[in-house]
Ligand binder design. Structure first.
Ligand code: HEM
Length: 190
């Protein structure tokens, strides 16, 4: 999976100066791709939306949803799928990078319009399959992978191609309890 992680900035810088773009994969591989194919390749891998400074990238395969989410904060960042009202009933993933550079991430559920709790504390499971993240220049980026259908009642069944409301938020604290600096939302086609 990691081989698909494209470092876009490096690629776009290369695209400005060459007819081929160098794509650096997270596993260390580098490939050279003709510039006219770059957009196609990028968007085949990840769709992207930016709302109020929060950038969400996503893609699916038969089993998983892969997400990169970043926000202008050194605190927590979260995305929630399929809420009913504000945060209620959303399948939330929330995380932060602590001062030691460690990613602390949790599978949550919107327990009301204004509250959320970990799936585990509600009797469900933490279904985040893998994750990593980083904090750089005041921005926190989280990457994670979750099953499209975990079977957990505190997750939502996600169907590629369907349209979902999503919520996006970030806060300034390295914890799961601090209020948001920004909370917003949009809808996306998975
Ligand atoms: C413990 C942490 C959190 C607390 C205490 C909290 C609290 C609240 C409260 C009191 C409201 C209603 C007032 C307002 O609109 O500002 C609210 C709204 C909202 N929250 Fe949270 N929240 C938390 C975490 C989150 C997370 C993790 C998300 C997203 C994944 C989120 C998304 C939203 C959204 C989208 C709204 C609606 C905003 C609007 O209607 O304009 N919140 N939250």
């Amino acid at each position: 999976m990691k081989k698909y992680m494209i470092f876009m900035l490096i690629g776009l810088m290369a695209a400005l100066y060459a007819t081929d773009m160098v794509v650096n994969y997270a596993n260390g591989d580098m490939v050279s791709i003709p510039v006219d194919q770059v957009e196609q390749i990028t968007f085949e891998q990840y769709e992207m939306v930016t709302v109020e400074g929060i950038e969400l990238q996503w893609r699916t395969d038969d089993e998983f949803l892969y997400v990169n989410v970043s926000a202008p904060t050194t605190g927590w960042v979260a995305v929630g799928f399929d809420p009913t009202n504000q945060m209620a009933d959303a399948n939330i993933i929330i995380g932060y990078v602590n001062d030691g550079g460690e990613v602390i991430i949790r599978d949550d559920f919107g327990t009301s319009g204004t509250s959320h709790a970990s799936d585990e504390s509600l009797g469900g499971m933490d279904d985040i399959a893998d994750h990593y993240g980083m904090e750089e220049n005041g921005t926190t980026m989280l990457h994670f992978r979750i099953p499209l259908n975990s079977g957990d009642m505190y997750d939502k069944v996600l169907v590629p191609g369907n349209n979902y409301n999503i919520i996006l938020a970030y806060g300034s604290a390295d914890n799961f309890t601090g209020f948001h600096t920004m909370a917003t939302g949009t809808n996306i086609d998975l």
